[in-house]
Write a protein that binds this ligand. Sequence first.
Ligand code: 5RP
Length: 261
Amino acid sequence: MDWGMKNRLAQVIQPDGHCFFMPIDHGYFQGPTRKLERPGETIKPLLPYYDALFVTRGVLRSAIDPDNTKPIILRVSGGTSMLGKDLANEGLTTSIEEAIRLNASAVGMSVFIGSDYEKETLLNLAKLVTEGERYGIPVMAVTAVGREMEKRDARYLGLCCRIAAELGAKVVKTYWCENFEKVTNGCPVPVVMAGGPKVETDREVFEFVHDGMQKGAIGVNLGRNIWQNAQPVAMIKALRAIVHEDASVEEADEIFNSSKE
Ligand code: 5RP
């Protein structure tokens, strides 16, 4: 691996081999997602606790202070909306030159495996990897499920992660699921976990993140279960302890309760 690629990966994956990515890209198909209406304000108190920000170029330029930020993972796919026919019909929205201009440490895009647009999204991933390799920019593949959240099982997600890695993604973002070791064992590149829609209890989030880390994930790319929580700072402190300090679910719960404002 060339120096630039290694260096960019080291900006987003910490020396312990783990990572805490903060996604605020949801607006690219959902519009003003709850608690993300003003993304710059939402993430301000969270800044000390995440390792990299997953964001589109529009929100980056309009809401993020270039003098005070963390490494950027630029979302470069889109072209669909909640109101359209099929969320899977995504294309590449942002060039690699734009990623370089914005000093991105990595780029990320979604693939929709099993959908009508499987082939297009996978070929777009391959194209992005080819361009990323040319300039030393790592690609994070997002194994998206669109509205079909019930697809999230180890067989499906394991297949998606492996295909994304085969096409050259340097990191794969997927959902946690039961038997998560089947997903990580079949994927030759690091796997990070998304959170998905906000779950009922805080403890559930600690439990699945802890389980996923024990089963081979290197970290999280987790948004709504943090910034839609009434106590976002306490939540991110607790989750960061699981990811970077090997905290147990009980310890995370204690950190959460003692950090509440
Ligand atoms: C949205 C995304 C998000 O980055 C991903 O889903 C993680 O966020 P959350 O934890 O809120 O699910 O790809 O399109």
